[in-house]
Design a protein around this ligand. Structure first.
Ligand code: 5AD
Ligand code: SF4
Length: 460
């Protein structure tokens, strides 16, 4: 962050000292959507913290309310509109509160227009590429009281050095790149997060070292398509090389990454995972559809055969590799035959778990103009069939793990049953009975029982 923005943080602190309603100025931040948004919110929190803010879970108490929004599916957008509407009453009770909206939704002109028109109590809207001058924007709003819409900046650079206030103390996100150039025909991300740009390997490695020295045990490298990391950088680097470099950092930690695009997933990357010291034996490799016809319409640039080749290579090289994927059901033009190709692919690969979505029409994307053949009721039925198929596969996979020993990271207490939730290298959940004091540490556990897709184990 440059010194001008630092200066704005100091000015914000001075203003907030007068405006605050509690002993310290309070911010309420709600994040929707993916890990990239979580990572962005952690930067905003870092900046607010430097401006003297504390954080509250109660919007009612806050002097600054921010929703970091997601545009990937309509459902997420509807929730945001509903929740923003509910802020009207808070603004009525506390007129001094600043209400701000940021993130992917706000990069869409029609959304910003709707906020401008129908939600007059929203003070500030800014897009995904305005983070680096957030202090300046907020300062101007506080100073002038003007409604501000700061979006659609065609920011091409990567801003380094923003402060980060991470939500977790032992699990953390580390963005290695921003934006996406793939233009999958259903997806809004390239339009709202702009062109792909990578951080320098030096900056990423320095941040990883810093996190490890601070005790982070589980670090996830983030990007929309980590496999194309390094494109456009003035250094001899690719994602596999970056991963190898980070893996060399000494310490007791694990490395994960997401998301991989099958079209760019190299054998070099799979070999790197196989040979790694800290790299998890987990590959999240979204295939979206098992039908070549639909993959073409989706502009995914690989086919079923190529996908299976990568998966089989991973299974051969990485013992017990855990594979996960994203799937879209009901893409425009998808028939039951196409859907059956998805089901057969799932059965063939045997994923540990799946993130499954019903297709959501996104204004401005090519797929939004494509014709649909299936009804909503049919899509729902297919969706249920998909879930049921995957449940059976996951249950079978989990049952086969009984008796095995796994090194797990103990993550949190499940308040419902009092057990501790742990995660294997393959990202599979194991519940154990133990004392909360071991949260945040690695332990060896023996799997004793599989309850469908949840494992139970004991410490050894
Ligand atoms: N409708 C449904 N799912 C979508 N995804 C992206 N765009 C859409 C959409 N329009 C899913 C993809 C992607 C995941 C993050 O979200 O499966 O991998
Ligand atoms: Fe969207 Fe495709 Fe880019 Fe992923 S790779 S963010 S699905 S356009």
């Amino acid at each position: 962050m440059d010194s001008t923005q630092q200066e704005y943080l100091n000015l914000i602190a001075e203003i907030m000292d007068v405006r605050k309603r509690s002993s310290k100025p309070l911010a309420y931040i709600h994040t929707y959507g993916c890990q990239q948004n979580v990572a962005d919110s952690e930067k905003i929190k870092g900046m607010l913290f430097l401006a003297g803010f504390d954080f509250t879970e109660a919007a009612e108490d806050a002097d600054f309310i921010l929703f970091n929004t997601c545009a990937v599916r309509e459902h997420a957008e509807d929730r945001v509109f509903g929740n923003v509407g509910a802020l009207k009453n808070i603004k009525r009770r506390h007129p001094s509160v600043i209400i701000a909206l940021c993130g992917c939704m706000m990069e869409q002109a029609h959304v910003a227009e709707r906020i401008k028109r129908s939600y007059p109590f929203v003070n500030l809207v800014f897009g995904t590429r305005s983070l680096f001058h957030f202090p300046e924007i907020l300062y101007n709003v506080l100073l002038t009281g003007d409604r501000t819409f700061e979006r659609d900046i065609t920011e091409k650079s990567v801003c380094e050095g923003l402060p980060v206030l991470r939500d977790g103390s032992f699990k953390g996100w580390l963005p290695i790149m921003y934006g996406c150039d793939n233009f999958c025909s259903y997806c809004i991300v390239p339009y709202v997060r702009g062109r792909e740009r990578s951080r320098s390997s030096e900056a990423v490695i320095a941040e990883a070292k810093d996190m490890i020295s601070k005790g982070y045990k589980d670090i996830t490298l983030l990007g929309q398509n980590v496999n194309s990391y390094g494109k456009g950088l003035n250094e001899d680097i690719n994602f596999a090389k970056l991963l190898k470099e980070i893996d060399k950092i000494p310490g007791d930690y694990r490395l994960r990454f997401m998301t991989s695009h099958p079209k760019d997933c190299s054998k070099e990357l799979i070999d790197t995972i196989a040979e790694g010291t800290h790299i998890c034996t987990h590959l999240h490799l979204p295939f979206q559809s098992g039908s070549d016809r639909i993959l073409k319409l989706m502009n995914r640039k690989y086919d079923r055969k190529k996908y299976l080749e990568i998966v089989n290579y991973a299974k051969e090289k990485i013992p017990n590799v855990s594979l996960t994927s994203d799937i879209i059901v009901g893409f425009p033009g998808e028939t039951y035959e196409d859907f059956c190709d998805t089901i057969s692919l799932i059965k063939e690969v045997e994923f540990s778990s799946l993130f499954t979505f019903i297709y959501s029409r996104r204004k401005g994307t090519p797929a939004a103009e494509m014709e649909d053949v299936a009804t909503d009721a049919e899509k729902s039925k297919w969706f249920t069939e998909l879930l049921k198929t995957q449940e059976e596969i996951a249950a079978k996979r989990c049952a086969s793990m009984v008796g095995e020993t796994h090194r797990v990271l103990v993550e949190e207490k499940n308040e419902k049953n009092g057990l501790l939730t742990c995660r294997t290298s393959g990202n599979i959940i194991v519940e154990i009975e133990s004392d909360e004091s071991i949260i945040g540490t690695f332990k060896d556990v023996k799997i004793t029982e599989a309850r469908n897709w949840i494992l139970r184990g004991v410490l050894i």
